[in-house]
Design a protein around this ligand. Structure first.
Ligand code: NAP
Ligand code: G4F
Length: 338
């Protein structure tokens, strides 16, 4: 038997400590949601991207709550769902590094593919309808069958990570069609910010440019600098996630800018912000190149623009500028404290 959902929207976010989870939590709190997040036990209590929320007594324990759990622990996830009774689930957690997925394919597939199925099964048993967002990716297109890609483009992943996300995206469609579950796949292209993990190329570049400027490092070592990506800003992309769950009909959407830049373009722009000659500091190392790279990942965002009215607010130049400035400030204050 289904019961009426609560009046205040209740969000449950997996991956709340990550780049997207932290921006999404801020967005939903500003919209009046009660926000619950899944966190893993770690040896340190600091969770840098959400510490400002847990340190605020007007928020933490009142409208912002954290629950210990892990994607591979279905019993605990089920217990959290029973306690929280979310109206919207944003499933963002999982191993998110494409290159690393070649080193740890089994755990990547367990976390990305099987854990998503586990969550869908739990949502199927909820006492009232729950809306689910799943974090799919451009990597499902891999060796892309067409350029730009649309929601109809064939999946041809080129990494274990892409394969696991392809399974997740397909199984969600099956659950939507066979059980009538309100589940949306956001097929997101690369999105970055000052909160981006330091092992991703944009943050590696912005951080190293800032470190060179401050005399902390003397070179930037990268793999394939001709690689191109469709880069947007994470703040714009979490807005798209929320919009998908507010629509009357569940569907899949590409979220992208529709344009690309090369890794070298990013280096040039970042070093220009730091006022440094990039050619002097950039070194390439073939050991950092991937076994297989996707070809020409660029998304066509027409469907989300037309159906949901989504428009990105940040430009590429604005993104690079914000990232380098943030790293300059952060490293300067670390240096001053040392
Ligand atoms: P991220 O910064 O790497 O964050 C990943 C999050 O998942 C972290 O909160 C991490 O927790 C959590 N996590 C990982 N394994 C877990 C497990 N076994 N149990 C519980 N939590 C676990 O990723 P992001 O950039 O925010 O991306 C969010 C999602 O979107 C990911 O699924 C990613 O694959 C997908 N995506 C990202 C992009 C992009 O360009 N950013 C594009 C397309 C799709 P810890 O803090 O404890 O490590
Ligand atoms: O920053 P990246 O590691 O991001 P990648 O592989 O595109 O994956 C990101 O975007 C996906 C969506 O399209 C997400 F699903 C995924 O979770 C993640 O957020 O690498 C970007 C490009 C690649 O071509 C890589 O080979 O940069 C190239 N690159 C060159 N040197 C490097 C480096 N990448 C990294 N991480 N480190 C380097 O030193």
């Amino acid at each position: 038997m289904q019961v009426a959902p609560p009046k205040t929207p209740i969000a449950f976010i997996t991956g709340i400590t990550g780049q997207d989870g932290s921006y999404l939590a801020e967005l939903l709190l500003a919209k009046g949601y009660a926000v619950h997040g899944l966190v893993r036990r770690t040896s340190k209590l600091t969770r840098s991207r959400i510490d400002h929320l847990t340190r605020d007594p007007s928020i933490y324990g009142r409208k912002f709550f954290l629950h210990y759990g892990d994607l591979i622990d279905g019993t605990t996830l089920r217990r959290i769902f029973a306690k929280v009774n979310p109206t919207e689930v944003y499933h963002l957690a999982g191993q998110s590094h494409v290159g690393l997925s070649f080193e740890i394919p089994e755990s990547t597939c367990e976390e990305v593919a099987m854990a998503s199925l586990r969550l869908l099964e739990i949502c199927r048993d909820q006492p009232y309808p729950v809306r689910i967002y799943l974090a799919s990716t451009a990597e499902v297109f891999g060796d892309a069958a067409e350029v730009p890609q649309t929601e109809e483009t064939k999946f041809r992943p080129t990494s274990p990570y892409g394969c696991a996300k392809a399974f997740m995206t397909q199984i969600a469609r099956v659950y939507r069609e066979s059980y009538g579950i309100f589940v949306c796949n956001g097929i997101l292209y690369n999105h970055e910010s000052p909160r981006r993990g330091e092992s991703f190329v944009t943050r590696k570049i912005s951080r190293t440019a800032a470190a060179i400027k401050l005399g902390i490092e003397d070179k930037l070592v990268l793999g394939n600098i001709q690689s191109r990506r469709d880069w947007g800003h994470a703040k714009d992309y979490v807005q798209a996630m929320w919009m998908m769950l507010q629509h009357t009909r569940a569907d899949d959407y590409i979220v992208a800018t529709g344009g690309t830049h090369s890794v070298q373009d990013f280096v040039e722009a970042a070093f220009a912000v730091a006022d440094l000659p990039w050619e002097k500091y950039l070194v390439t190392d073939r050991a950092l190149e991937r076994r297989l790279e996707p070809t020409q990942l660029v998304g066509n965002p027409k469907k989300i623009q037309q159906n949901l009215g989504w428009r990105p607010e940040h430009s590429f130049e604005n993104l690079v500028h914000e990232m380098v400035e943030a790293d300059l400030q952060d490293l300067a204050s670390q240096k001053a404290r040392a």
